[in-house]
Design a binder for this molecule. Structure first.
Ligand SMILES: [Zn+2]
Length: 397
């Protein structure tokens, strides 16, 4: 426990309640120990091995003690560029056990934002991942610099990749959807590919119980390099927070295969969101974009062989391609519009709840959003929609 009482009427001299010093030297230490601030930058190696900044992490300045538990001196959240600056901290360690009363400090940042209600948790410890700076022993300056840089040789670094995916989705949803971002708890651990019934797959778990009182996103370790996988599961979480479940799948499902209208709609939405959030038209199961194991949804068309990519509204990849063509900026021969995301999300948000792509398209028309001819041409490309405006499309081509 630390007693911090800033000086009143004694200039820079701290005043220390009832402490009696054991000898003159320790007393002298205090006389020259000014209050100080701690600042630094949280950064890490991202999936591409470039340096990124850790934004919106909850960071703490801690006092390090050898024999007792460490003491909290300050806490706050990192800024957009990973920066943090503490408030002024009085330099007196009343449980110092290294021979003096000067603080020994370090910074500890966790994959958690209490402001935004986002966290990456370890599945069994049920704690966010923590990353610490080196200790500054016996602080004797008024400004301590302690930054943190996490390399990919640290096997916990993927928690930081995933946390940034969450921040990106949070930010873009807040900017473009017209609705509040969802609170999300994401589970990941190095080497772990199974969690609460999800075996060798990432998943969104809406069922809550006393052990897990909030819905959870699980990212299996085998897909940690795929930011599209992370945003896919976040897509389920966001829509669940907004309106509930869009549908379910009976069996394991695949982007390119026909399932049911409701499965293809629910999964198609979740396949679409990463294309929008991550900015390319491929769904990448690996690092990407459009390399390694991936499906190119932007360039898919009615010309695809059925053996490669099934056609129709019961195919999740077709639904995803259609939704992406609604909002992307790349207008191809048949793709004539780039509409704001909020038009799309508005339809999803307004009752009744759509449980298939055809119902969504009907409700879009009923809502009076327009662009029916143009949209139908997009949907023709993606083998979905009503296909009643084809003559116009073929003329344009
Ligand atoms: Zn899914």
């Amino acid at each position: 426990m630390i007693t911090i009482v800033l000086s009143l009427g004694l200039g820079l001299l701290p005043v220390f309640g009832s402490n009696s010093f054991s000898n003159k030297n320790e007393d002298d230490n205090q006389i020259y120990a000014l209050p100080f601030t701690v600042e630094g930058i949280l950064s890490y190696e991202d999936r591409n091995e470039s340096t990124s900044f850790g934004r919106n992490y909850l960071c703490r300045v801690m006092d390090y003690d050898n024999n007792s538990s460490d003491d909290l001196l300050w806490e706050g959240e990192t800024g957009r560029f990973g920066e943090y600056t503490s408030a002024l901290i009085a330099n007196f360690d009343n449980d110092g056990d290294d021979g003096n009363y000067l603080l020994d400090i370090y910074v500890l940042c966790r994959t958690r934002s209490t402001n935004l209600q986002q966290v990456v948790l370890h599945p069994t410890l049920r704690l966010p991942y923590g990353f610490s700076s080196q200790i500054a022993h016996d602080v004797s300056t008024s400004s301590v610099i302690r930054s943190i840089h996490v390399l990919n040789t640290d096997n916990r670094s993927p928690a930081m990749w995933i946390f940034e995916d969450m921040m990106r989705v949070y930010e873009y949803w807040d900017l473009f959807s017209g609705f509040d971002s969802a609170p999300v708890q994401t589970i990941w651990q190095n080497g772990i590919n199974e969690y609460r019934g999800c075996l060798n797959t990432s998943c969104f778990i809406s069922q809550t119980n006393s052990t897990y009182p909030v819905p959870e996103v699980f990212i299996s370790d085998m897909r940690k390099t795929s930011k599209d996988t992370v945003v896919h599961e976040l897509g389920h979480a966001y829509i669940y927070d907004l309106v509930g479940s869009l549908g379910t799948c009976d069996r394991p499902h695949s982007i390119t295969l026909s399932s049911t209208l409701s499965c293809a709609w629910s999964e198609g939405w979740a396949d679409f969101l990463p294309l929008f959030m991550n900015g390319d038209g491929c769904y990448d199961f690996e690092l990407g974009p459009c390399s390694g194991y991936h499906i190119d949804l932007e360039n898919a068309s009615y010309l695809d062989l059925l053996t490669y990519f099934n056609h129709g509204e019961a195919v999740e990849g077709r639904v995803a391609g259609a939704l992406y063509d609604l909002v992307d900026g790349n207008n191809e021969s048949f793709d004539l519009v780039g509409l704001p995301l909020d038009l799309l999300v508005n339809i999803l948000h307004s009752p009744p709840l759509e449980t298939s792509f055809p119902v969504f398209w009907n409700n879009w028309i009923k809502a009076g959003n327009g662009y029916e001819m143009e949209l139908d041409s997009i949907f023709f490309l993606n083998t979905v929609g009503k296909k009643i405006f084809l003559p116009l499309i073929l003329e344009i081509r």
